[in-house]
Design a protein around this ligand. Structure first.
Ligand code: ZN
Length: 240
């Protein structure tokens, strides 16, 4: 099986469409999503529709969780909070219900999905460093898992001590638990403005992190025209 794993779309329809086209060209059997479909971008409802139609499994992200009323907005920075309020006001009741039904984690054939960390996933802790990955590995029961949240593509390996790789192609070692951040479709933060996602081939046991160019100008203009904070448009060009 070939899986595409997407995440952190954040209402960026232009980026999502470009990624789905690339996924099509790559020939995959299933698309999975590690959450944060909404928040920051100007097209939350359209993104949610595409993700709901196209993905076999979606786990919730902290922005999805907040818009669905499952957590308070207090932990978000002012720009994120304003975008979340804007999103909650515009999403239909049906769409909010769809968000509310996303699980915190999901497990399929030998691998799992989470937005942030397997350790208390409802806390949405960040995994930037090996020490934080170590805590998540304690609760990861399968050899392979995918996550998002930091918007930084990286692979962590449960070796002694924990190691990591920024390589775009990872050959999986079945003896070593691996946790892979697929990067962000709609708001990359690793100073590469292109949309990011992963392809996992379960036969060759290779994960490939792909980057896709998209129409950033248009996505940024939509944010500006929607009256969302200007910084949310500007950062798309910088990829941070
Ligand atoms: Zn996010």
């Amino acid at each position: 099986m070939r899986y595409a794993v997407i995440g952190d779309i954040h209402g960026n329809l232009e980026a999502l469409q470009a990624v789905l086209e690339d996924v099509d060209e790559q020939g995959v059997d299933e698309i999975l999503c590690v959450g944060d479909v909404v928040g920051y971008g100007a097209d939350p409802e359209a993104c949610l529709e595409l993700v709901s139609e196209g993905c076999s499994t979606v786990v919730t992200g902290n922005h999805d969780y907040a818009v669905a009323g499952q957590s308070s907005l207090e932990s978000f920075n002012p720009y994120a909070r304003r975008a979340l309020q804007w999103t909650a006001e515009r999403l239909s009741a049906d769409a909010q219900q769809v968000l509310a039904e996303f699980p915190l984690t999901a497990q399929m054939n030998g691998f799992a999905l989470v937005h942030s960390s397997f350790f208390a996933p409802e806390r949405f802790d960040y995994i930037f460093a090996p020490s934080q990955a170590r805590v998540s590995f304690l609760k990861q029961d399968v050899p392979l898992a995918f996550f998002g949240h930091t918007h930084l593509p990286v692979s962590f390996f449960n070796t002694q001590p924990i190691t990591y790789s920024l390589e775009p192609e990872i050959s999986l070692d079945p003896q070593t638990k691996t946790l892979i951040n697929v990067g962000s479709v709609g708001q990359p933060r690793d100073e590469d403005a292109r949309a990011s996602y992963a392809i996992y081939d379960s036969e060759s046991r290779v994960v490939t992190l792909r980057r896709v160019t998209y129409n950033i100008e248009q996505a940024a203009e939509r944010i500006t025209r929607a009256g969302l904070p200007e910084i949310l448009a500007e950062r798309l060009f910088l990829g941070r």
